[in-house]
Design a protein around this ligand. Structure first.
Ligand code: UTP
Length: 478
């Protein structure tokens, strides 16, 4: 039996007593669930969070000295910073061969912008065969495991809001050919959603709090709490390839990136990142900077225009290195963060969102048409300044960035499809195939290349089974 009076007193002390408003209407099992959700709240921290992030609008404090970042250019022969790409690639391949690499997909987000009814990883993403995102990643892992003769474990982070359907999806599809013992799922933490005006936690039902996943930054804690890092250590895994679920062009296993992360002189092997030159000053990508000598990402909305528009002597944007949210993490780094005596905390970012909730007077569900709630999330890139020395590798937009965030427009299912076709066309052209294009250079065929056929352009070179040409209007699956 729960001591509901004690619970009520506790709630009252933080101004959240309304969470028990419908207590007497709940069946014992429902009461139990509600108690569990309430007891999981961080009562000590709640008042501070509400004060700082909900009632107050957090103000970003611009660090005093912000310098442009340094990175490894896409062209290893660039005079900007030449390096021995073949050597680092070989190091990365050796790591994979030795079983020291795991893939990690963060898939706990709610995907509200896409509006897909199901976990985002189940979204049919490829242009012709409509492979779901999870399959695209799984097939890359299969191909990589075959190439380097070593199975590569996949860890998938879900949230309590999408865990079951995600696991079920993998099971129904035979884990897309991966050995089920190499696919691990674990859940990230949640945060309560707050009423924007009052700072009260919203109720999603009479016996249920409105909860949201605690952001991709929550992965750093969840990796530890779930036992995933211990599992990795037991398997001998030392490096984690971190990917988001929404980018079908991500290279799940990139030996060059892994090699630089693990062995470059200026890398502490803790956390590394990939970057893209931004299309303009205000493209909505996080900006890589150096603050107090440490790699840092400042959100596009926090970088003052005067810095966003600054150019160097060559005319390039000084702060033009955008983040694609692709990282490598050291297993030791994740462990260290979680076991440090002083602990670690990433800052919260506030998002104002529409959250369905119960009217406390009538008990009716309200579906707001305007943002009514504050969600608090942490971002994984805020861990970058916790690294001793963190490197950045430049990559190419078409090659590695085709995110599906929205249904149409920028970063959408539509734009991703066009990018997937363009990349496939480029890979084929590089292998000598003629591909139909219109007057503006756009590919006029629909092409899809399976990860099982090629993981990168060079895999197609010299292949005898390629068509000589692909004509306008053709649909080609390779
Ligand atoms: P987004 O920032 O695009 O958020 O996540 P989202 O929740 O998926 O989508 P919207 O904003 O509601 O439309 C980027 C990546 O981080 C993961 C997502 O699953 C995606 O891979 N993520 C995000 C988490 O794993 N947990 C979170 O709490 C938030």
């Amino acid at each position: 039996m729960h001591d509901v009076n004690a619970l009520a007193a506790r709630l009252q002390s933080t101004g959240q007593e309304h969470l028990l408003r419908f207590w007497s209407e709940l069946a014992p099992a429902e009461q139990q669930i509600l108690v569990r959700q309430i007891e999981a709240l961080d009562f000590a921290a709640l008042p501070g969070w509400i004060e700082q992030y909900v009632r107050g609008t957090p103000v970003f404090e611009l660090p005093e000295r912000i310098e442009p970042p340094v990175w490894y250019p896409r062209d290893p022969n660039s005079p900007r910073r030449p390096y021995d790409a073949a050597r680092f690639r070989a190091i990365g391949e050796d790591l994979v061969r030795a079983g020291k690499v795991a893939a990690f997909c963060v898939a706990g987000g709610q995907g509200t912008r896409l509006g897909w009814d199901g976990p985002k990883g189940t979204y049919p993403a490829t242009p012709i065969t409509r492979k779901p995102l999870f399959q695209v990643f799984a097939e890359q892992l299969l191909a990589a495991s075959r190439r380097w003769g070593r199975s590569i474990p996949l860890y998938v982070m879900t949230s309590p809001l999408n865990h079951e359907p995600t696991v079920e999806f993998f099971e129904t599809h035979g884990h897309f050919g991966l050995d089920p013992s190499d696919v691990m799922f674990f859940q990230q933490g949640v945060m309560p959603s707050f009423d924007r005006e009052s700072g009260r936690i919203l109720l999603a039902g009479k016996g249920e709090l409105a909860l949201n996943p605690d952001g991709h930054g929550g992965s750093l804690r969840a990796l530890h709490r779930s036992g995933a890092v211990d599992d990795m250590a037991q398997r001998g895994v030392e490096h984690i390839s971190y990917i988001q679920v929404d980018n079908p062009h991500v290279r799940v296993i990139d030996p060059l990136f892994l090699g630089l992360h693990a062995a470059a002189e200026d890398s502490s092997g803790e956390m590394s990142s990939k970057m893209l030159p931004k299309t303009g000053s205000f493209e909505k990508l996080g900006n890589f900077c150096r603050v107090n000598g440490r790699t840092t990402i400042i959100e596009y909305s926090d970088l003052p225009d005067s810095l966003a528009e600054q150019r160097d002597e060559k005319g390039d944007l000084r702060f033009g290195a955008g983040s694609l949210a692709i990282h490598c993490l050291g297993v030791e780094f994740v462990k260290r963060l979680n076991t440090a005596a002083r602990g670690f905390a990433l800052p919260f970012h506030r998002a104002d969102k529409k959250v369905a909730h119960l009217d406390l007077d009538t008990g009716e569900l309200i579906e707001p048409s305007e943002p009514n709630a504050v969600k608090l999330e942490t971002f994984v890139f805020d861990a970058l300044p916790l690294c001793e020395s963190s490197i950045i590798l430049e990559t190419d937009r078409v090659e590695e960035f085709a995110p599906i965030k929205n249904l149409s427009g920028v970063d959408s299912a539509e734009s991703s499809r066009a990018l997937q076709i363009e990349r496939a066309a480029r890979w084929l052209e590089a292998a000598g195939v003629r591909v139909a294009r219109d007057g503006q250079g756009r590919c006029t065929a629909v092409i899809e290349i399976s990860p099982l056929t090629a993981l990168e352009a060079r895999d197609l070179r010299g292949r005898r089974d390629l068509p000589a040409s692909i004509a306008a209007g053709d649909q080609a699956v390779l």
